[in-house]
Design a protein around this ligand. Structure first.
Ligand SMILES: [Zn+2]
Length: 331
């Protein structure tokens, strides 16, 4: 494929989204096409109807700062949760949020302390956790990620379940400190362990454990009270997601605060156990139906998540979509 053709097939950057939406509307009017029908055809994707759309809207309202303990806070409202450790060595962040809310995130960080951001760990490559990389790096932060996260950020990556093609990010937004399995930082008198346990939510997840505070930031391998997205196309699967939840349960106690990628920031081990049990319950229900030879539509119609929907079905990922994500990962 020639470079020009490749560009033609790749989707626009999120930053171009509003301009493209405007152009599409203008051209529809110009050709006299029925707006409603064509709008629907154009718009069923990550940034129009999916999670990206949800996070762009959410970024219009304020950032909520949750103060946990031992100088650790969580900023909620810029894509995925952003975890902040602040101290005399500067700030150590987990995830970068989305660029749209840069000014709000900057203000929230300044309100915590004047210390500069020294490190940002990307828990994985998804836009809602890495789109803020460029400005954070420009402000002096070193970007840290698992090797496969750098791979996705450096190349065109299409995600079928989001109906979207993500372009490579500019060089300045790419992580430069890479982790395979584990890396430990000595920061502000505490050890910070950054670890990968193989495939999970994607092929490049990291969790970040702040030893002194006993706080574990899990990125999207934990969603607190909402069905999770699973990036099946990029190494994730329901079984891998269950594996990560089990690792978290093994590595924590009732004293540990467990921070999810999405959902209520100050989670507990008990809530990770609930999350794991939900994943296992839905996995088993879906697998049983699939083994009976049922198609995806038939499995969705059978409502295998029914027992869990009241608690988990009202967040970003709705029950039918979650069943699709699970179905793809079971035999
Ligand atoms: Zn994600």
């Amino acid at each position: 494929m020639k470079p020009d053709e490749k560009r033609k097939h790749a989707g626009p950057r999120a930053a171009d989204f509003f301009q493209i939406a405007t152009l599409a509307t203008v051209s529809l009017f110009a050709t006299g096409t029925t707006l409603a029908a064509d709008t629907q055809a154009i718009q069923d994707d990550y940034f129009h109807t999916g999670a990206g759309h949800h996070y762009l809207l959410r970024a219009d309202t304020g950032i909520i700062t949750h103060t946990l303990r031992d100088n650790i806070s969580v900023l909620e409202g810029s894509g995925g949760n952003i975890v902040v450790l602040t101290g005399k060595d500067g700030k150590f962040l987990v995830d970068a949020g989305i660029g749209k809310s840069r000014d709000k995130v900057k203000a929230a960080l300044a309100a915590i302390s004047p210390a500069p951001v020294k490190y940002v760990v990307n828990t994985h490559w998804h836009w809602d956790h890495t789109d803020g990389n460029a400005w954070m790096h420009a402000d002096g932060a070193t970007l840290v990620a698992q090797v496969n996260t750098l791979k996705h950020l450096s190349q065109t990556t299409h995600v079928d379940d989001w109906n979207w093609t993500f372009q490579p990010v500019p060089a300045v937004a790419r992580p430069t400190v890479l982790v395979n399995d584990a890396k430990t930082f000595d920061f502000d008198g505490s050890k910070i362990r950054v670890e990968n346990f193989g495939p999970g939510h994607s092929d490049g997840d990291l969790w970040v454990y702040f030893e002194k505070a006993d706080v574990l930031a899990m990125g999207d391998t934990f969603w607190n009270a909402g069905y999770p997205f699973i990036d099946n196309q990029d190494g994730g699967s329901i079984n891998a997601a269950i594996h990560w939840a089990n690792e978290a349960i093994d590595h924590t106690t009732d004293h540990t605060l467990v921070i999810p990628g999405h959902g209520r920031p100050a989670g507990t081990r008990a809530q990770v156990i609930e999350f794991r049990d939900m994943l296992v319950g839905v996995r088993d229900n879906v697998a049983k139906l699939k083994q009976q030879g049922k198609s995806l539509d038939e499995v969705i119609a059978a409502k295998p998540t029914a027992a869990f929907d009241a608690k988990w079905g009202h967040f970003v990922i709705k029950p039918d979509f979650f069943v699709k994500l699970v179905y793809a990962g079971v035999k």
